[in-house]
Every structure is written in structure tokens, then in C-alpha cells.
Ligand binder design. Structure first.
Ligand SMILES: NC(=O)c1ccc[n+]([C@@H]2O[C@H](COP(=O)([O-])OP(=O)(O)OC[C@H]3O[C@@H](n4cnc5c(N)ncnc54)[C@H](OP(=O)(O)O)[C@@H]3O)[C@@H](O)[C@H]2O)c1
Length: 303
């Protein structure tokens, strides 16, 4: 099969198309014919080793010290079940599924074999493959962190970096739960934030952001750059700060995917797809990711 490979860490140019044998599913696995994969900030980290503090040696330990252990990048896919192992009853050939691989990666490829009991579920019925691939990374991360916050209807929440993959999903999930969302991004993305339901918007380069006097039940830093002291100063008594920038890594679960499918089909959340690139243009796609300006998700079509 065709796959996007990397055999050393570095810039976008380390990515190239290669040929590898098709994966063979084990008894408890399904083989998925991938149609779309997300190209996201985790892929950039695993490609470039550009990560702060302790995270860099941790990535090296998990992914290979001198070079990547798995030469096929990619942690989110959407596609069609090709075949199932003999002990799998949950899926059948032809099912449209989506999933996330965590550090196992391997989603930038025509096929992937994954455990049926893992982080894989039926795609939303109303979604195309590109939309489906845009949901898990931000959706599962936002759900993982927001579960820790115990937000009630009416609570004021700051979503810092609300225009990225995690931020766009956090904004929508918080609105679903009745929170009052103050979305923070550059001014260019304010219309997007409003379209996702943000009640108020702030530009992080503006005085209005510096002087914002709202006292929040939660400040959710979806970029990982807001100094803790600055974030804490904005809290009301009992309020919480959560950040994607620490060593806490979001768990990826099947039930989260099932919830995302349900909410998408009910029209409660939408997929924010910024750009779509054919897999042959993966270097261009990663150059765009490296600008750190993407809105929602960037998708690779796999064929
Ligand atoms: N801990 C975990 O389990 C976990 C899981 C997933 C992701 N992460 C981390 O979470 C971070 C975000 O991931 P992502 O995929 O959502 O990122 P992303 O989609 O690449 O984020 C891009 C967005 O970030 C915004 N941005 C860039 N610099 C900013 C700044 N200084 N202040 C505010 N906004 C800024 C940009 O908005 P503007 O153009 O409007 O500035 C852009 O829309 C990454 O560092 C990733 O590694 C952690």
C-alpha cells in the first residue's frame, strides 16, 4: 500500500510517499481502508520534535530516540472497514468508521489495522470522510479536559485559542452544555468563533483582552501558552485553569467518538475543516501546519 513516511525527524520535507506491505489484521482487529486523515499539531510534534521542556525527551522515548520507530505518521483516520478478524462482532466490512491511534500512529496510509475495542467507532451518518476526520483530535481532547471542569449551565468560560482544532471543539461542546463562552483568538478568526456559538470574542493582542474583568469559572488554554499566573488572576473563587500545554495527555476513547457521532448527526456540533490536501501534497500541508495559523482541522485525502 501507499503511505506517507518519515525516517528522520525534521521539517515538512522529511515526509514522502513510500510503499509498504498491507497490514494484516489480528483476530481482534479490523482492517480499515482509509479515505481521509487529519494532519494536526500532534503530527507536527512527532515529525519535528518541536515540543517544550520534558515533552521532547518523552516523545523521543515513546517514538524512537534517534529516528521514528513507526515510519508512518498520522493519528486520526476516517474510512471503510475492509475486513474484520474472526473475534470481531462490533464491525462488518463496508462500515464507515473513524478513529484515533494515539502514539501508535500509522494513519497517513491507505490501510490501517486497529483493535476493534479501541478508539474506533461508526462515523456520523451525515458526515463525509473529510468532516469525520476533523472531529476526533479536537473533540476527544476537549472532552477529556472539559470533563475535569464540571461546568454548569450559565458558567462563564474563557476558551483561549478558540480557533484551533481543540478550541473549535471546546467552544461547541461548552455551548452544548449551556456555558457562556468567551472565545479568544486573533481578530481574523472572530467571525468563525461567533459562528460556533461564542457569546463574546476577544483578540489576545488587544487591550480589551488585557483589561477584560470577567471572572471565569474556567479558563481553558487550548494553545498551551497562557502563563498560569495570568490565567489564575481571571478566575472567580473556585474557578479552574486547564491547559493542553502540560504533561497531561488526553485519553482517546470509543465512547467519546460515539458521542461525537451522535452530536454531529443531531446538528449540535459541526466539523471545522480549514484546508484539504491530497496525500501527495503532504509537504505543503505540513508547511501550512507549521505556520500555527490553521483554523480547526487540516485534512489529507488518501487514495
Ligand atoms: N495534552 C494533550 O493531550 C493535547 C492534545 C491535543 C493537542 N495538544 C496541544 O494543544 C495545542 C493546540 O492544538 P491544536 O491542534 O488545537 O492546535 P492548532 O489547531 O494548530 O492551533 C491553531 C490555532 O492556534 C491559534 N494560536 C496560535 N498562536 C496563538 C497564541 N499565541 N494565542 C492564542 N491563539 C494562538 C491560532 O489562532 P490565531 O490565528 O487566531 O492566532 C490558530 O487558529 C498544541 O500545542 C498541541 O500539541 C495537547
Amino acid at each position: 500500500m501507499k503511505a506517507i513516511m518519515y525516517t528522520r525527524y525534521g521539517g515538512p520535507e522529511v515526509l514522502h510517499i513510500g510503499q509498504v506491505p498491507d497490514p494484516q489484521p489480528r483476530a481482534d482487529e479490523i482492517l480499515v481502508d482509509i479515505k481521509a486523515a487529519a494532519a494536526n499539531s500532534a503530527d507536527v510534534r512527532l515529525r519535528s520534535l518541536d515540543a517544550p521542556g520534558l515533552l521532547k525527551p518523552i516523545i523521543r522515548l515513546m517514538n524512537g530516540w534517534n529516528k521514528p520507530r513507526n515510519p508512518i505518521l498520522g493519528n486520526v483516520y476516517a474510512g471503510v472497514v475492509d475486513s474484520v478478524g474472526p473475534s470481531v462482532s462490533e464491525f462488518k466490512p463496508g462500515d464507515r468508521v473513524y478513529g484515533s491511534t494515539g502514539m501508535k500512529i500509522g494513519a497517513y496510509a491507505e490501510k490501517i489495522a486497529v483493535k476493534a475495542s479501541g478508539s474506533v467507532a461508526l462515523m456520523p451518518e451525515n458526515a463525509g470522510f473529510e468532516e469525520a476526520a476533523a472531529l476526533p483530535f479536537g473533540g476527544q481532547t476537549a472532552l477529556y479536559f472539559l470533563r475535569k471542569a464540571g461546568i454548569q449551565a450559565g458558567d462563564p468560560v474563557m476558551v483561549y485559542g478558540a480557533s484551533g482544532a481543540v478550541g473549535t471543539m471546546a467552544t461547541q461542546l461548552l455551548k452544548m452544555h449551556g456555558a457562556v463562552v468567551i472565545g479568544v483568538s486573533s481578530a481574523a478568526n472572530h467571525e468563525l468563533l461567533r459562528s460556533l456559538g461564542a457569546d463574546h470574542v476577544l483578540d489576545y493582542t488587544s487591550e480589551a483582552f488585557e483589561w477584560d474583568a470577567t471572572r471565569y469559572a474556567l479558563v481553558f488554554d487550548c494553545v498551551g501558552v497562557l502563563p498560569a499566573k495570568k490565567a489564575k488572576a481571571r478566575l472567580r473563587p473556585g474557578g479552574k485553569v486547564l491547559t493542553v500545554g502540560g504533561l497531561d495527555v488526553a485519553a482517546e476513547t470509543k465512547s467519546d467518538l460515539q458521542d461525537l457521532s451522535k452530536w454531529f448527526d443531531a446538528g449540535q456540533i459541526t466539523a471545522v475543516v480549514d484546508r484539504v490536501y491530497p496525500m501527495d501534497e503532504v509537504v505543503e500541508a505540513h508547511r501550512y501546519l507549521d505556520t500555527k495559523r490553521k483554523r480547526g482541522s487540516v485534512i489529507l485525502t488518501i487514495d
